[in-house]
Design a binder for this molecule. Structure first.
Ligand SMILES: Nc1nc2c(ncn2[C@@H]2O[C@H](COP(=O)(O)OP(=O)(O)O)[C@@H](O)[C@H]2O)c(=O)[nH]1
Ligand SMILES: [Mg+2]
Length: 462
């Protein structure tokens, strides 16, 4: 892969690649042209063999030492360039996982000539050496920080190149179109077939569809990866805390038959249908003269405004009242599911009225659990996560989305120019703009600043 900026120096870098905590084993990774030479100064195999004598993917057992003496026993795993994570020579020293031991080994490795690895520097070298694309590097980060199984699976698909493949197919079709357009314009005397506006139009429409599909799924993907700030709101006694506890699978909130039991915001993170919901149970919304209760009510309003999803709870066993109307007003345009609760009791609320006010209504009982599955499906559909296929490709970062949106704008511009019948030159310029945006997305044409910012989010050792 060709990059526009300098290759990093190939001298060895090293870091502790396992967590900074006590563990069964801890790994110190050394990467660079002289990785084996550095490792040989601290590692002594029991058999007397040298790392230089063994093939890649082979290991030696021995001890690590510094000038004061033995530090630990260790296994040294040998990777030979280009068959390693970074594409360089790599030695991984697996020691016992105590932090004191690992830090002492690392100091010895530095003394032997390696320099400290910066955040994400191993992955950065992998990118620079053409082992992975920029989007794959970003997936590595997503995979490390994935909160749920669904998030981890989609990150792995990204790491395996699902997104790159999709982007490549869009890019290839646009590159072919741009090449044809400019050949035809530049060499009119040659025997180049005339550009067929219908074919070109179809190419652009297909590219638009693919890019738009990716962008639409971005928010749903983010919900799965990062969780959704969700507020449970409703008038006192509607069953908010009971719902909170049902979703939590434990008694997180205090439930009583007395209105006004929950006074402050109670928070908990739960997995609901594969989506991490960052739940807040709030004080019941009602007009009150009690100053303490009012603080809670105002906090509840604040939570509604700042959350990404509201579960608005109504009591089906009571007629709707002024407090319910206030809640409906307060929710306004915030994404919301109306939860008509207590359907195990005789119904007194006007459920059709609620259905008329909300796009999504679920009738359930927080006590018996009836309707919980429907709530799960509705939440997934509101967040768009029901359309996510874990192994399919996804945009993972704001950076990727911005690049995809830029490409989409250019594709639409090209289509508009084609339809309005202006010169094909204008179409060519826009198609080339789209191609550039896609090259930026995969990192084939990313600036140094973009690459720096991607790797600044990584941890040391990755
Ligand atoms: N029968 C029935 N009672 C419920 C249901 N949900 C909550 N409750 C009862 O309603 C009362 C108030 O519940 P709570 O969760 O504290 O309401 P909150 O004020 O909205 O937090 C308690 O006595 C609950 O046991 C339900 O679905 N069915
Ligand atoms: Mg409560």
């Amino acid at each position: 892969m060709q990059h526009f900026f300098d290759m990093p120096s190939k001298s060895a870098i090293a870091a502790i690649s396992t967590p900074q905590a006590a563990g069964g084993i801890g790994v110190i990774r050394i990467s660079g042209k002289d990785a084996r030479k550095v490792a040989e100064k601290v590692f002594y195999s029991v058999s007397g063999k040298k790392l230089d004598d063994i093939k890649g993917y082979r290991a030696l057992y021995g001890r690590v030492r510094d000038e004061k003496g033995d530090i630990d026993e260790a296994v040294a795993l040998n990777f030979r360039e280009p068959n390693s994570y970074t594409g360089e020579n790599v030695v991984e020293l697996s020691c016992h996982g105590g932090l004191t031991v690992l830090r002492r080994v690392l100091r010895a490795v530095f003394a032997a000539g390696a320099s400290p690895a910066g955040p994400g520097e191993f992955t950065r070298r992998a990118f620079m050496n053409g082992k992975i694309s920029l989007t794959q590097a970003e997936s590595v980060m997503q995979l490390i920080s994935a909160k749920g199984e669904a998030a981890a699976r989609s990150a792995l698909a990204g790491h395996d190149g699902a997104l790159d493949k999709k982007i490549k197919s869009v890019k290839d079709s646009l590159v072919a179109a741009a090449a044809h357009l400019s050949a035809w314009a530049d060499y009119p005397e040659e025997d180049i077939p005339q550009v067929n506006p219908d074919n070109l139009g179809n190419t652009l429409l297909n590219a638009e569809k693919d890019l738009k599909g990716l962008i639409d799924m971005f928010e749903a993907g983010r919900a799965v990866r990062e969780g959704v700030k969700t507020t449970i709101a409703g008038r006192p006694n509607a069953g908010k805390s009971t719902l909170m506890n049902l979703l939590s699978g434990c008694e997180r909130s205090i439930v009583t038959e007395y209105a006004g039991t929950t006074r402050d915001v109670v928070e908990n993170t739960v997995m609901f249908g594969g989506i991490p919901l960052l739940l807040s149970d709030t004080a019941g919304i009602r007009a009150s003269a009690d100053p303490v209760e009012l603080i809670g009510v105002n906090r509840a309003y604040g939570m509604i405004r700042s959350s990404e999803l509201v579960l608005a709870v109504f009591d089906a066993s009571q007629p709707l009242g002024g407090d319910d109307m206030n809640l409906i007003k307060e929710i306004g345009k915030t994404r919301c599911v109306a939860v008509v609760n207590k359907i195990d009791l005789p119904l007194k609320a006007d459920i059709d009225f609620i259905k008329g006010k909300f796009k999504h209504t679920v009738c359930m009982s927080a006590v018996t659990g009836e309707g919980l599955k429907r709530l799960e499906e509705t939440v997934a559909s509101v967040l768009g996560t029901d359309k996510l296929e874990p192994e399919s490709c996804m945009l993972f970062t704001e950076r990727q989305r911005n690049a995809a949106e830029k490409a989409l704008r250019f594709v639409r511009e090209a289509y508009g120019a084609l339809k309005s019948g202006v010169t094909l030159d204008a179409v060519t310029v826009s198609v080339e703009g789209a191609v550039d945006a896609l090259l930026e997305l995969t990192g084939e044409k990313a600036t140094q600043a973009v690459v720096d910012s991607v790797f600044s989010h990584f941890c040391v050792g990755k």
